[in-house]
Ligand binder design. Structure first.
Ligand SMILES: Cc1cc2nc3c(=O)[nH]c(=O)nc-3n(C[C@H](O)[C@H](O)[C@H](O)COP(=O)(O)OP(=O)(O)OC[C@H]3O[C@@H](n4cnc5c(N)ncnc54)[C@H](O)[C@@H]3O)c2cc1C
Length: 331
């Protein structure tokens, strides 16, 4: 007999922990199923400066506090529990399956996050793990590279936007892109080129080029860049490398259960975070339109629970459109 909860949250990252705080504090029997251990992506950084109330805190320290808080309110967390499938039962409950166990709940919140796509070159993993110069988030880490020289990699919207953002901090930014043309929107490319062409600009381009290695002693000191047309390799001295080559949402296990976008993000309505399956909500970096930030992931989790309460009050609300006024109320 499968154990029954009010709310099962898939993923113990910031979105899942944010959701569990509100669900368990509201006395709903709440379970987090986490593939590895709680924390998600933020566990891999030792400096967060943009989470309210903390001047600077490491990912693991913040997660420890979050886990302490949610378990005090009764959240149960199962680690090493990868969810492999979900099903909506005839009685309206949601069945959640891992390799070993089956659970049911009145509602589920999908919060499996995303993973930064890697370059897969020597040095990338070593310097990422140690927090010594490889980053995937300009918004998060640009201030740590004030007056430094950095290389950025990519040609899409995030690459261009975050490269421009970095020019406000770094002494010099060199954008490496494998083609001549950018995939980013035209307005962003115009902005990029205007910046490159400013007199005395601190932004340079290396087009038709790819990064083949990141090197240094204890920290990033140089990047090896290869011109894909000539095959020639050169070294660029730098203090950091920002990789902006896309994100991969962790959504394979819900293919066919909820709707996914072309790039695999879960579709939901923007106001209430409802998927097409009654009782199943989405939160955090895995959803279409996510801001890919810690604070917005936590907020998504909270929102999903507020709307879960509305669903519990009135299951027929699921099929209603977005209303001008509908306050879930209560804290
Ligand atoms: C190095 C780094 C530094 C960052 N720095 C900052 C920063 O300074 N400020 C900021 O605002 N943001 C930062 N971010 C971004 C921030 O970490 C993310 O926006 C946030 O973690 C998203 O939270 P999430 O819960 O949606 O997803 P995740 O953090 O991705 O968590 C998802 C969780 O779900 C689990 N999971 C996945 N699939 C399954 C499954 N099938 N079954 C069970 N569990 C599953 C995963 O193991 C993971 O623990 C940083 C990210 C990285 C990688």
């Amino acid at each position: 007999m499968a154990e029954r909860y009010d709310c099962i949250i898939i993923g113990g990252g910031p979105a899942g922990l944010g959701a569990s705080l509100y669900a368990s504090r509201d006395r709903f029997r709440t379970l987090i199923l986490e593939k590895f251990y709680p924390g998600g992506q933020i566990n891999t950084t030792d400096r967060i400066e943009n989470y309210p109330a903390f001047d600077n805190i490491s990912g693991p320290d913040l997660i420890e506090k979050m886990v302490h808080q949610v378990t005090q309110f009764g959240t149960e967390i199962k680690t090493s529990a990868e969810v492999t499938a979900l099903k909506r039962l005839d009685d309206g409950n949601i069945q959640v399956l891992t390799e070993e166990e089956t659970f049911t709940a009145r509602a589920a919140i999908l919060a499996p996050g995303s993973t930064y796509r890697k370059l897969g070159v020597p040095g990338e993993e070593k310097f990422r793990r140690a927090g010594t110069g490889v980053s995937y988030c300009g918004t998060c880490d640009a201030p740590f590279f004030k007056d430094r020289r950095v290389v950025t990699v990519g040609g899409g919207n995030t690459a261009v936007e975050d490269t421009l953002h970095l020019t406000k901090f770094a002494r010099e930014v060199i954008l490496v892109h494998r083609r001549q043309e950018f995939r980013a929107s035209r307005v962003l490319v115009e902005e990029l080129m205007a910046k490159v062409n400013e007199s005395g600009s601190n932004l340079k381009l290396r087009l038709d080029s790819v990064v083949t290695a990141i090197q240094g002693e204890g920290k990033v000191e140089r990047t090896i860049v290869k011109n894909v047309k000539t095959g020639q390799e050169t070294a660029i001295d730098c203090d950091g490398v920002f990789v902006f080559v896309g994100m991969v949402p962790n959504t394979d296990f819900v293919k066919g259960f909820v709707d996914l976008s072309e790039h695999g993000y879960m579709k939901c309505d923007p106001a209430y975070l409802r998927t097409k399956v009654p009782g199943v909500f989405v939160a955090g970096d895995c959803r279409v339109g996510a801001a890919m930030q810690l604070v917005t992931a936590v907020a998504d989790g909270v929102n999903a629970v507020m709307w879960m309460k509305q669903y519990f009050r009135d299951p027929n609300w699921w099929n209603e459109g977005i209303k001008d006024e509908l306050a879930p109320g209560g804290w």
